[in-house]
Ligand binder design. Structure first.
Ligand code: ATP
Ligand code: MG
Length: 131
């Protein structure tokens, strides 16, 4: 099924909240790829609900959060994502999140995933203002 066909049937409220402004040293292209991967995962996991992308800065650290009220994951799935990488999607590669982790590591950041099966997922990325 095409990307467009999948999304046509969905009812998702997409919110963006930027609570702070400022600089972030790093690769624009790579960070963009990381965010696209996370937002894409949230849209794919959600049929009807919300996807919220937010950015805030505290103590010279950016906290970027992608949150959804989608299908969620159990503990095992969350652990396996970074350990071996996997996909539950017909055309998924299962490398999306591994790539996100690589990008975050390259920016001396941290990634944290919290998820509840049937409830939703929150992915938080902590990135230092300066490399
Ligand atoms: N927001 C999310 N909600 C629920 N499950 C998720 C979420 N993000 C990732 N997953 C689960 O983790 C798996 C791995 O995600 P990843 O982005 O690495 O690969 P993919 O999305 O399957 O493939 P690709 O990114 O290449 O399209 C997904 O197949 C899905 O099962
Ligand atoms: Mg993905």
């Amino acid at each position: 099924m095409l990307f467009e066909d999948v999304f046509r049937k969905k009812r998702i409220k997409f919110k963006i909240s930027v609570k702070n402004e400022g600089y972030l040293h790093g690769s624009h292209g790579l960070l963009k790829q990381a965010l696209i991967n996370l937002v894409k995962n949230s849209f794919e996991a959600t049929e009807k609900g919300e996807v919220i992308l937010s950015a805030d800065k505290k103590n010279k650290k950016w906290i970027i959060e992608v949150k959804d009220t989608g299908k969620g994951m159990d503990e095992r799935e969350v652990k396996d994502i970074f350990y071996k990488g996997f996909s539950t999607k017909k055309y998924g590669t299962g490398v999306g999140l591994l790539w996100v982790k690589k990008i975050v590591d390259a920016h001396k950041g941290k990634i944290e995933i919290k998820s509840k099966k049937g409830k939703g997922t929150v992915v938080k990325i902590y990135l230092p203002e300066k490399l």
